[in-house]
Design a protein around this ligand. Structure first.
Ligand SMILES: [Zn+2]
Length: 332
């Protein structure tokens, strides 16, 4: 037997995990919900391979929503509050590159279904507490929730932050006649006087924030006493999440933490808010969209497009809406 009897080993695939955590990630040393040390958190949910063992350049091919080949950073459960968060995560610069590559994820859901979902949110809010005054929405998208609120509440100036410039014309059209201020950056860049807002809105934003407490504190300062905060987040403690385990779609590269009804309350109270209501929400999706997503979540492959069935009357898909307010006694 000669030294050449065995084939040379194949060159290493740089996108395959060798089990080592790659250098260059952000280390988060506190729980983003309760501020307990991350050293007291334990691994609770990991993909195979975990995202932190791959180079960042290899993550692009794992970004597509529901596919079974997804990777994410390992979620740890906080020893203090029970929240799930990623102690190892992207730096802000790496996140910018990630979002630069990402396509709008709701664009393939037909408008009537999206409108129905946002109206449901607005009715939930209007049915819980009186809302009036200036309005701020972060991640306003095409303005469906803002429009639904404007139809139901006495709103003043409307500040809408939406990084995607391509939808700004649609925002202006949808909210024509309103006192509108559009922005693409941070809430702080909107020139909002402290203590002036009647309503601040973040729909599917808080799951994405590296430091949610920092932004919530900022929003509390912008709200007037009694001003309302409306959030929608994924519910990692939902029956759907328990059923799907690591296939629950919100376990993804874009979410440095995930909340449940209890932990979102913990975060809000820590940031000086009173929680008025936490509700499981209904989401309207076309039947075929759901079927496709369901097949992909189950690892059964994609369903060919080309069917057009009616959208559903509303399904609970593991989301929660939270209505909170700045205490009336809080002048800060
Ligand atoms: Zn915690």
């Amino acid at each position: 037997m000669t030294a050449n009897a065995h084939p040379a080993p194949a060159p290493a695939d740089p996108t395959l995990s060798d089990g080592q955590v790659q250098p260059g990630w952000l280390r988060r040393d506190r729980c983003p919900v309760c501020d307990a040390p991350a050293s007291g958190a334990s691994p609770a949910m990991r993909s195979d391979p975990p995202a932190e063992t791959l180079p960042a350049e290899a993550h692009g091919r794992f970004l597509s929503g529901y596919g079974s080949g997804r990777v994410f950073f390992t979620y740890h459960r906080c020893g203090g509050c029970g929240a799930l968060f990623c102690p190892t995560y992207y730096t802000p610069e790496q996140l910018d590159r990630l979002y630069g590559r990402q396509q709008e994820n709701m664009a393939d859901v037909p408008l009537p279904a999206r409108t129905a979902t946002q109206r449901h949110y607005a009715e939930l809010l209007a049915g819980t507490t009186e809302v009036a005054g200036d309005y701020l929405e972060l991640g306003a998208d095409i303005g469906l929730f803002a429009e639904a609120c404007a139809a139901r509440m006495a709103l003043g100036r409307m500040y809408l932050v939406e990084p995607n410039l391509e939808v700004h014309d649609e925002l202006r059209r949808r909210l024509a006649g309103r006192d509108l201020v559009l922005g693409t950056g941070s809430a702080a860049e909107m020139g909002i006087p402290p203590g002036s807002l009647g309503l601040a809105v973040m729909i599917h934003v808080a799951d994405h924030l590296l430091d949610p407490a920092l932004l919530l504190a900022e929003l509390r300062r912008m709200l007037r006493p009694g001003g309302v905060l409306f959030l929608v987040v994924h519910n990692v403690d939902s029956a759907l999440a328990r059923l799907l385990g690591k296939r629950f779609p919100p376990f993804t590269l874009q979410h440095p933490q995930l909340y449940g009804p209890r932990t979102i309350g913990t975060l809000l109270r820590r940031c000086g808010f009173e929680v008025l209501r936490t509700a499981r929400t209904k989401n309207h999706f076309p039947v075929m969209h759901l079927a496709r997503a369901g097949f992909q979540v189950a690892g059964l492959g994609a369903i060919a497009p080309g069917f057009d069935l009616p959208w559903t009357p509303g399904l609970r898909l593991g989301n929660i809406a939270v209505i909170a307010r700045k205490p009336l006694s809080d002048a800060g």
